[in-house]
Design a protein around this ligand. Structure first.
Ligand code: GLV
Length: 321
């Protein structure tokens, strides 16, 4: 009998076709609306594999309802939406999609950094709203990127890819990582700094670490107070890394210059969110990996993980050790 796969969001047809050759496939048919919790809990009852997105909370309750489940394949590199301990306890393999999104996410991070530094969205909006009175010497002035100091928190794949872009702009690069990566320092021409030191020295602080409860609100009031008044915070990792109330105050008081945010504690962000009321914030709707090619590669890799594991093979990109 064919094994059953449930997909929590509409994936492109070509990708489903591969899966359907091997398995019985069911899918939530909406592209922009996550599967409701009650439907998810029902759908998992007889499945062997689950393909899910970062919007799906795959906790102990979901796992408990799926007695035959062998693999949870997340279409994302981050997997803080999944209760890994509960999966391990049940011997369920969890996979993610590292590698295929590295360069695309680094591109977006650098684009957000540049847009935030030069107030691109604010200036553009002003023009559209008829607020471009005359060319002015000091209006719409931002911060320079070339030769500035970039502080990267988390030197993983995406952090390293960001270094390459920064070097093209003659930036000095500092990094902080839980474990120092001395071999990378010479290779990439970067310098290690303790977290507080990095926060004090960097003109740009980019968060590039995965979220876990240990790093919840890693950037809070105290950390923001260490940053320069001209510094810019960029977050394309996870919203939970930053205390948004503390960030709002720091931006409002101009304790820091600006922030570029692709991610938020609660997504989608309500339109009346306090951070959206500030003109020194550039916001994006979590689009770090959103190039057509990369999103297709992520879906493809998620499917390949399922095909391999349900076929009795190894996961290609396992999350668990
Ligand atoms: C996106 O945020 C991802 O984790 O892939």
């Amino acid at each position: 009998m064919k094994q059953t796969v449930y997909i929590t969001r509409k994936l492109p047809e070509d990708i489903i076709n591969t899966l359907s050759l091997h398995f019985h496939v069911r899918m939530w048919k909406e592209e922009n609306i996550p599967v409701p919790r009650d439907i998810l809990l029902k759908e998992v009852e007889d499945i062997d594999a689950l393909i899910c997105l970062l919007t799906d909370k795959i906790d102990e309750e979901v796992i408990g309802r799926a007695p035959h489940l062998k693999i949870i394949s997340n279409v994302a590199v981050g997997y803080n939406n999944i209760d890994i301990a509960a999966a391990v306890k049940r011997g369920i393999q969890v996979t993610n999609t590292p590698g295929v999104l590295t360069e695309t996410t680094a591109d977006l991070t650098f684009a957000l950094l540049m847009a935030t530094a030069r107030g691109v969205t604010t200036a553009s909006e002003a023009l559209r709203n008829g607020k471009w009175g005359a060319w002015s010497l000091m209006e719409f002035t931002g911060q320079d990127i070339f030769s500035a100091t970039l502080g990267i928190i988390g030197l993983g794949r995406i952090g390293e890819a960001l270094v390459k872009r920064a070097k093209g702009f003659d930036m000095n690069v500092l990094y902080y990582n839980r474990s120092r990566k001395q071999d990378k320092e010479q290779e990439l021409d970067i310098h290690y700094a303790e977290l507080n030191d990095l926060l004090q020295k960097a003109d740009y602080v980019c968060l590039m670490i995965p979220y876990s409860t240990e790093v919840h609100h890693l950037i809070g009031k105290e950390e923001l107070s260490l940053m320069k008044p001209t510094a810019i915070l960029i977050n394309t990792a996870r919203g939970g890394l930053v205390d948004e109330d503390a960030l709002y105050q720091a931006l409002k008081n101009r304790d820091i210059w600006a922030a570029g945010l692709d991610v938020f504690e609660i997504e989608p962000v309500p339109a009346d969110h306090h951070l959206l009321s500030l003109n020194n914030v550039v916001t994006l709707p979590h689009i770090g990996s959103a190039s057509y090619k990369t999103r297709m590669s992520m879906a493809q890799l998620a499917v390949e993980n399922v095909v391999s594991v349900l076929g009795g093979g190894e996961a290609l990109t396992p999350v668990q050790m």
